[in-house]
Design a protein around this ligand. Sequence first.
Ligand SMILES: Nc1ncnc2c1ncn2[C@@H]1O[C@H](COP(=O)(O)OP(=O)(O)OP(=O)(O)O)[C@@H](O)[C@H]1O
Ligand SMILES: CC(=O)N[C@H]1[C@@H]2OC[C@@H](O2)[C@@H](O)[C@@H]1O[C@H](C)C(=O)O
Length: 366
Amino acid sequence: MQHMEHYIGIMSGTSLDGIDAVLVATNGREITLKASTSAPIEPALRERLLALASGDAVTAREWGELDVALGQAYAEVTLQLLDETGMTAGDVCAIGCHGQTVWHQPDAALPFSLQLGDGNRLAALTGITTITDFRRKDMALGGQGAPLVPAFHQQVLSHPQRLRVVANIGGIANISVLMPGRPVLGYDVGPGNMLMDAWCRRHTGAPFDKDAALGRRGKVLPALLNSLLSEPWLALPAPKSTGRELFNEAWLNTHLTGEEAVADVQATLAELTATALVQQLSALPAGELLVCGGGGHNPLLMARLTALLPRWRVATTTEAGVNMDAMEAMAFAWLAYQTLHSLPGNLPAATGASRPAVLGAIHFPD
Ligand SMILES: Nc1ncnc2c1ncn2[C@@H]1O[C@H](COP(=O)(O)OP(=O)(O)OP(=O)(O)O)[C@@H](O)[C@H]1O
Ligand SMILES: CC(=O)N[C@H]1[C@@H]2OC[C@@H](O2)[C@@H](O)[C@@H]1O[C@H](C)C(=O)O
């Protein structure tokens, strides 16, 4: 067996709920989670990032400050992880840091995907080679720059006989279709928790609907659900990716009459997430749906997926051996391995790029 090397993966996703960091040992094929930690994004920083990600006008100064503040926050989480594990910078080959997506427009005339979090600062403060900016090479090759996790899902969860679909339900939901003997397919399927979080925050002040306490009190509103499902993006063929630029509060407001009960909208948004995902599975034979990301902790969402897929086995990736909360950060640790070994990170079948490519920008600490 090729010898195992240590990598750190850092993810802060579109939910803006916090920063996840993992330490893994990998040889590119096998990957073992050694430790994980997380830290909240400080509320003032979160508000500024949300404003930026909502399309508010910002100055170059504001922009640069957010980049640095995030780089600093990522470095603190990394040092916390090293401290908790007793590892030193010299033990770690590289950090793969996703950064914070603040804008993603893959289909515009000038397509780009922008993640903030200064990799120079992260490398300098930790003393570890740091790889960032994983999406733009794929975009330069005509791809969506997302999703990037399908290659990793294939690596850790493909099964020789069984059809498995991995669903990452974070702010946005994306799937990887792992069909034995076939190339992996993967694409974003629609909103994950983002709309549920926004509605809950607006009406209760809480950042998300913990254990679906609000949503479970409501009933699905069929007219609203149909209106939400009529969004043209949902019917587009893959490859496709999306984000907060489309599925935001303003989008939701265009579908509301203002007469709806708060809990009913919450229940309907959970149904939207489940239905948009399940619709993508209708052409497949029954298999296993393995959920990761925060949506796997939402009991209403999991119950609705199970009910809508009576012939499927619906479970979390944790039950299949890969920690559902660590999956994305592990994927970026693995992507860092790929880059450092000059191996491709993207799957053209998933992103639509013209070819596989070595991804990311490398920041050396020296
Ligand atoms: N106990 C719970 N009950 C209901 N929802 C939960 C629970 N725990 C987490 N969540 C949901 O998961 C979300 C966080 O998910 P996650 O950390 O996967 O997001 P993310 O990293 O921003 O994802 P991505 O980058 O894939 O969009 C929370 O905002 C919340 O909506
Ligand atoms: C632009 C961006 O940050 N996209 C995220 C987001 O969150 C989920 C989904 O939308 C996915 O496309 C992607 O994240 C994962 C890590 C990916 O690239 O596979």
